[in-house]
Design a protein around this ligand. Structure first.
Ligand SMILES: [Zn+2]
Length: 51
């Protein structure tokens, strides 16, 4: 398996941050996910609020 964030192959059985290779990649993936969550309603609200 590969790390979803950086694509690095790692020994998952030795990592406590599965499926990520490290805590950094774990936080990055989480940050991107949250960022998209905030962007989606923002984009949807923009064309609706502005006539
Ligand atoms: Zn990684």
């Amino acid at each position: 398996m590969r790390c979803p964030t950086c694509g690095t192959r790692a020994a998952w059985h030795a990592s406590s941050h599965r499926p990520f290779c490290s805590l950094t990649c774990r936080l990055i993936d989480l940050g991107v996910w949250l960022d998209e969550c905030y962007r989606i309603p923002g984009k949807e609200a923009d064309p609706g609020d502005v006539p």
